[in-house]
Write a protein that binds this ligand. Structure first.
Ligand code: ADE
Ligand code: ZN
Length: 331
């Protein structure tokens, strides 16, 4: 089974590039830029990555991102993750980045965008890596700040496929961001939003009805609302589920309690993703392996989850058909 997990061509649809910052690069960059961190070693960093909820993780995630300063830092971050894609046979990845985490520290789009895009171009040239960017707004900040961020991104829109919504969910419902999502749509950007990670099923309804998203990030709290389950199944709305993230952030106490296979059985278009792999103890293949160990994921379920990743992606219909055909030939 682990062989098949490795061999299958896969997508990743829910990945925060800032969440791929590994402890070694974190320490290296903190020295380079003289950023004072509360950790002295990789072991101390691992010991600190013990979270009780989303906010306790976000506090360390934003602290970690503070070592990303110049264009080369952003290049290195992106390059290392794209190498991981090659290693794990992730043939197409749709990566979120949080511009406000950087612009609020005085680091402009003109620094991080060229770093990201150069690494993506190099990976495309060297091994045909397919990748695109989703610009996520931080929902703990105001809608006006999101609108200003969208305006600042205008010179870079040819490199941005979609907008997203992330950070502290509770108390920051999707309805807070209706105008900025309308503006994004008018710029021909696709839309995704984190909803129903810690927040209630109603936030998923809001993401669907008010933000008119093309995909829901997490969405696992949909189980609380039978009508929502029915709608998600009927519309084949993709959910980008992140099993290791959900257990690390105590959305589920144990992987054995994760609901992804129940949602799959209800014909909901669930996909498997790693979210912030450096913080949650595994990249994409490790997420599939964790499902196999805890929930006895079988081959048929694995293939369906992997195919759902292509179906739920922003690839063209032709590209989707190409990869789905390849999977059929492999198994
Ligand atoms: N930012 C990075 N990872 C996140 C997550 N799992 N939920 C909300 N915001 C995030
Ligand atoms: Zn996320």
């Amino acid at each position: 089974m682990n062989n098949l997990i490795q061999q299958l061509p896969k997508t990743e649809l829910h990945l925060h590039i800032e969440g791929t910052l590994e402890p070694d690069l974190l320490l290296e960059l903190s020295k380079k830029h003289h950023v004072d961190l509360p950790y002295k070693s990789i072991d101390e960093i691992h010991a600190a990555y013990n979270f009780e909820d989303l906010q306790s993780f976000l506090d360390l995630y934003y602290l970690g991102a503070s070592v990303l300063v110049d264009e080369d830092d952003f290049y290195q971050l992106m390059w290392r993750y794209l190498l991981k894609c090659k290693e794990q046979n992730i043939v197409h990845t749709e990566m979120m980045f949080d511009p406000q985490t950087h612009t609020d520290r005085g680091i402009p789009f003109a620094t991080f965008m060229p770093g990201f895009v150069r690494a993506m171009d190099d990976a495309a040239q060297q091994w045909g890596q397919s990748s695109l960017l989703i610009m996520s707004f931080l929902r703990h900040l105001t809608e006006q700040e999101a609108i200003d961020t969208l305006a600042a991104a205008k010179p870079y829109l040819q490199h941005i496929e979609a907008v997203g919504l992330d950070s502290s969910e509770l108390g920051n419902p999707p309805e807070k961001f209706v105008r900025v999502f309308e503006q994004a749509k008018s710029l021909a950007l696709s839309c995704v939003a984190h909803a129903g990670e810690e927040g209630p099923a109603d936030y998923i309804w809001q993401a669907l009805k008010l933000l008119k998203v093309d995909r829901v990030d997490h969405g696992v709290r949909c189980v609380d609302d039978p009508k929502l389950l029915q709608t998600l199944a009927e519309t084949q709305m993709p959910l980008t589920v992140c099993p290791l993230s959900n257990t690390k952030l105590c959305v589920f106490d144990d992987m054995k309690e994760h609901n992804i296979l129940d949602l799959l059985a209800k014909d909901i278009l669930v996909t498997v993703n790693s979210d912030d792999p450096s913080y949650f103890g595994g990249y994409l293949n490790e997420n599939f392996e964790a499902l196999q160990q805890a929930l006895n994921l079988n081959q048929q379920q694995l293939i369906k989850l992997v195919k759902n990743g292509f179906t739920g992606s922003f690839l063209s219909e032709q590209q989707k058909a190409h990869w789905l055909g390849k999977i059929d030939k492999l198994v």
